[in-house]
Design a binder for this molecule. Sequence first.
Ligand code: G3P
Ligand code: CA
Length: 382
Amino acid sequence: MRRTHRRTAVLTASALAVPLLVTAPAAAAPPHEVPRGGETAGELLVIGHRGASGYRPEHTLASYELAARMGADYIEPDVVSTSDGVLVARHENEISGTTDVAERPEFADRRTTRTIDGVELTGWFTEDFTLEELRSLRAVERLPEIREENTLYDGLYQVPTLDEVLELRAELSRELGREIGVYVETKHPTYFDGIDLSLEELLLADLREAGLDHHRSPVFIQSFETANLQELDQAGVRVPLVQLLSASGAPYDLVATGDDRTYADLSTAEGLADVAGYADGVGPEKAQVIPREDDGTLGEPTGFVDDAHAAGLLVHPYTFRNENTFLPADLRDGGAEDDYGRAIEEQLAFWEAGVDGLFTDNPDTGVVSRELFEEGAERPAA
Ligand code: G3P
Ligand code: CA
């Protein structure tokens, strides 16, 4: 049974200066058993989105390590392939926004234009670099205007391989005395299939080599596409699979095959029941769980969580960030876009809506909001 640990509690959050109320325990909604880092199923997860990308350049070992040390249950590598078939952690295969490749004269001739998932992009692509070449690059902050502090670390870190992330996971699990999980996302799987660098086989080989291919391995595999997850399910992959969803658009594998189903279709009660045929959870965009009102303030929860739980699916929405620019209008504080707003209150609203975990760039904030929620706190009434 889920959330039996939740209780009405004396609040301990006064030091955080967050106005909180006490609430009665919510009704439990029990998705089927899914391992959480080798621990008890049904716990609420804090997933370090691209590591602790609120504090370090994303998808670097430094970002993942900080996430684990801040208390994240899972670290989240997005993976793409090099030309020689090695999975590396990047959000996109086009790497000009997160590395110093554009400043490297030796790679100037690699700049090119590609169509990725129907969108024409010009830049530098991981599939045009061997691992050795890619390793000569250095990571930089993606959002220097919002996260100027993180530019302090520009140029310090390499692009990690998935193998290195899995090794770091094992080392940190030993040191911290708890299993740190990996929540791996394959990026652009149809595209990589089309250039003979299919991601799934590489991923399974890396997981197998790390001993992470068992039923209780602390691993989730996630994707915005559908066919690859279905194939992994049919192949008998034992770790849980998560279908990512979006408030708009459609999975590219469906678009590519002329299937007109959209993310909205997959997100209905009927669609979620179909998803549950091959996946263990869903990763909706935040707005699918709690949309914003026309004035930008946080609205009321939809029926999404109930529908997903009724289908037996876990719900892990993305992405929670502390800065005003990412927060609902009523939870912003101060005048600047990069000032922190009342992110804890936003997260409390989502915990109250029944989500099973959340992806956050600020894992320490996620840990605090979860603790407050488990102690019985809820978002103050407007
Ligand atoms: O995987 C959950 C979330 O990370 C999806 O969004 O674009 O940050 O990979 P994205
Ligand atoms: Ca991701």
